[in-house]
Structures are given as C-alpha cells and as structure tokens.
Design a protein around this ligand. Sequence first.
Ligand SMILES: *Cc1c(COP(=O)(O)O)cnc(C)c1O
Length: 238
Amino acid sequence: MAAAQSVQTAIEPSRTIADRLAAVRAEIDVAARAAGREAASVDLVAVGKTYDADVMVEAIEAGQRVFGENRVQEAAAKWPALKARWPDIRLHLIGPLQTNKVKDIIGLVDVLQTLDRESLAEALVRARDRGASLPELLVQINTGREPQKAGVVPEDADAFLARCRDGRQLPVGGLMCIPPAEEPPALHFALLRDIARRNGLAQLSMGMSGDFATAVRFGATMVRVGSAIFGARAAKPA
Ligand SMILES: *Cc1c(COP(=O)(O)O)cnc(C)c1O
C-alpha cells in the first residue's frame, strides 16, 4: 500500500469521524487544485464496511452522503433504514456481485462499481427485462492482471465495454480499479484513465485511503476511502 501520500489522514483514533472526513476532503481539495481541477469534480465515497449503522450516522451527520459497501448482505442489512431517513444518500457497491444477488441490489444500490464479466452483464440485462431500473454501472478493470482479483483485463476492456454499451445498452458510466497492493498505483491509475478516455467514459473510481491524492492527480472522479475516515478495520476472521 502506498502509505506515503496520506500525511494529513494518518489515523489518529482520538479524532472524530467529522474531523477525519474534513481532513480527507481537504486533501482531495489540495490534490484537485494541484491538478487544475475543481474539488467538486471528485466524489468522496465513504467505505463503511464492517462498521455499524451508528458509525454511518456520525458520517451522515457530518454531511457525508455517498457511501460504499463491498458486501451485498451487509449493504442490505445497514442501508435501507438509513436511506429511508436520509433519502439523498447514494450507495455504491464496490465488492464482487454474484449473478443470483442482482435482484438484491435493485432499489438499494445506486452505483454498481464492479461489473466485471459477461455473466453479470447478462444477469443485469435479465433484471432490466423484468422491469428493474438498473443502477449506474462502472466496469472493473484488473489493471494488474492479478489472477486472484476480479475485473476485466486491460486488453479485453474495449471489447467488453462495446458489448455492454452498444450490444446490451447497459448504463455504463465509467471504470473502476483496485491496483496491486505492492505496486506504486500511479501506472495503474494512468492505465485506467487511458482506457476511459479512448472509450469516452467520464467516471473514474480509483484511489483508497493510502493513495487517493495520487488518484485525484490522475483524474479520479470517485475515491473510495474507508480506514482514513472510520479507522482501521478488524482483521477478517480466517
Ligand atoms: C475496503 C475498500 C476500499 C477502502 O479501503 P481503505 O484502504 O480502507 O480506504 C476501497 N475500495 C474497495 C474495493 C474496498 O473493498
């Protein structure tokens, strides 16, 4: 993980979520200006996975409205009540989606960032054919060609995008990537930006707690930030 970027957002448990949100926003602002961009062109997606609804409420009360979850089950348990209370909340699914769970995200998730394969594209088409209104879609690109990671490999991206957009008329608005943890992320961000540009896609979801400032410099329109806002997550049980 590229730890070097995040000076202001280093995790200090004594600070409140409102403080940490403000620090992340300030860092986005600085990076955007340095790149000649408006800070408002970058959506901060607060990744609340593993944290309870009452922790989300702290962020909501601090003005945050865009959130990310990586598991459908957790999203479905946490967000319907919060969305009922704050209807302007936008929820992004940023983790893998099984085709048989597509029905569970309809009406819950506003942006699906992880369209990563033909079978999922087909399942979305079937849901639409049954009358579902689909979320906005981002195609996940496996920029590092990591076998254990989801996503379309870069050399297949243009053809997959064409099949989703022209063939299936799916509402694809952009791309998302999760660079390999052990590599400097800049080359991956640049690759994602180039694929988006040549395909005329506006949205670029890239950058996490350790590297969101770099991502903003490379054109991110969405950064997905979890631990820098909510604190370190407990390690997953084995
Ligand atoms: C958890 C997660 C994030 C946020 O990670 P942090 O390092 O805690 O900011 C971003 N993107 C995805 C896909 C995630 O699963």
